[in-house]
Design a protein around this ligand. Structure first.
Ligand code: SF4
Length: 424
């Protein structure tokens, strides 16, 4: 495999323009027609790496050339979900790759202006990206009539208000417009009426950063990078009680076993794997028996979970699974935007029951009641936040049924003599 996203990750500092080199992919792209480049992306079957996995070429072809101008491109870098930190790596380690990828992407999409919406906590990374944009502008790579091609693009770096919901694509548009970050109803979809009512394509950062590699090396090269039925490369990450938590560019389709036991160094001495969330906090648990599954969209979906961002979170045998569920749910309770009742009130209610069970005051039927709640919250909420929030809870309540029933029957947590207090 040839590293394309991580080729500068070994450098002590992110490369400046001179170290990064001239924008070869941009020059190669400007020499071709956008439609031909879009066709190449279609052949790679590249999908969105933000979690939804929508085919990239289909998304990029959604805005008709004659739709009202201007057309906007938005990079969603509001990466706030526990377990997901791959885009941070790109932001902090190679900002010029981001600038070049945006230029290539905007040229193919036919966008007039690009916005990078950066997680509030990544302020230092946003400053580095702004420096890269300024450097590129000074070199004639950003702005009007780039390299004499007739293509013009300005790039705005915008710091998020610092809420998880700002990463939901329509809430992000509201936030960019200076409004409260509540999700919008769809349709109209952002590609029809997005930022300030104009056609807008919202892209995950890692996905866009894959495109320069395709432009330079071609479709067959891209496909050959994957293994076990996957294509291209992927920034995989692992966190939790492992020896070497981190983020690595690896062939798409790498197995969970290789990720956890080779790249992350295996679990801490004396710890054993109970389960893992494959794609960040809003996915369903997988078990040790799934370690040899290829980590790609389709194979994880077949296991009834979600590939998500493929940020694996490990649950070990020294952590109470119920406590783990409570910690995840606490995050979603805190981050709900509060717009709709099932999410705003349902998640805290579920949380109070989980905490009561953990505190040794569980009642027979609590687990079934929680499962019923999950089934009601998910389909009756306004956006995808709540279904994502209940996914680990629902799967945990089923997979760890015996543990939860033991809490209730024994009136105590088998892991903790005194339950820890948590702030919600
Ligand atoms: S599901 Fe949650 S985050 Fe989404 S609109 Fe409703 S309250 Fe807001």
């Amino acid at each position: 495999m040839e590293a394309v996203l991580s080729r500068h990750f070994h450098l002590p500092e992110p490369p400046d323009l001179k170290t990064y080199g001239d924008y070869r992919a941009l020059k190669a792209a400007l020499a071709q027609k956008p439609a031909d480049l879009l066709d190449q992306i279609g052949q790679t079957a590249l999908r969105g790496y933000g979690g939804a996995g929508f085919p990239l070429a289909r998304k990029w072809s959604a805005v008709a050339a004659d739709a009202p101008r201007p057309h906007y491109m938005v990079i969603n870098l509001d990466e706030t979900e526990p377990g997901s930190f791959k885009d941070r790596k790109l932001l902090y380690r190679d900002p010029h790759l981001i600038v070049e990828a945006i230029l290539v992407g905007a040229y193919i999409q036919g966008s007039d202006r690009a916005f990078v919406f950066v997680r509030g906590e990544y302020a230092e990374g946003a400053q580095g990206l702004q420096r890269a944009v300024d450097e590129a502008r000074a070199a004639g790579l950003v702005g009007r009539n780039i390299l004499g091609s007739g293509f013009s693009l300005d790039i705005d770096v915008h710091l998020s208000a610092g809420r998880y919901i700002c990463g939901e694509e329509t809430a992000l548009l509201n936030a960019l417009e200076g409004r409260r970050a509540n999700p919008r109803s769809k349709p109209p979809f952002p590609f029809q009426q997005g930022l300030w009512g104009k056609p807008t394509l919202i892209n995950n950062l890692e996905t866009v950063c894959q495109v320069p590699g395709v432009v330079l090396n071609g479709v067959d090269w891209f496909k050959a990078q994957g293994v076990n039925g996957g294509e291209g490369t992927k920034l995989y990450s692992v966190c939790g009680p492992v020896k070497n938590p981190g983020c690595w560019e690896l062939p798409m389709g790498t197995t969970a076993r290789e990720l956890i036991y080779e790249h992350a160094g295996g679990l801490l001495d004396g710890h054993a794997l109970t389960a893992f969330l494959p794609g960040g906090a809003s996915t369903a648990f997988l078990l040790p028996e799934h370690l040899d599954a290829s980590m790609n969209f389709d194979s994880v979906a077949k296991l009834r979970s979600r590939f998500g961002t493929c940020g694996i979170i490990v649950l070990d045998d020294q952590t109470c699974p119920l406590d783990f569920l409570i910690a995840i749910n606490a995050f979603f309770v805190r981050e709900s935007c509060g717009f709709c009742t099932p999410c705003r009130d349902g998640l805290p209610y579920a949380h109070s029951i989980l905490e009561r069970i953990e505190a040794g005051q569980g009642r027979p039927g609590d687990r079934e009641h929680l499962l019923e709640l999950c089934a009601k919250i998910a389909p009756n909420s306004f956006c995808a936040f709540a279904p994502g929030a209940v996914m680990p809870m629902e799967s945990g309540l089923k997979l760890f049924a015996d543990v939860i029933e033991r809490h209730i029957a024994e009136g105590a947590c088998p892991w903790h003599a005194v339950p820890a207090r948590r702030a919600v």
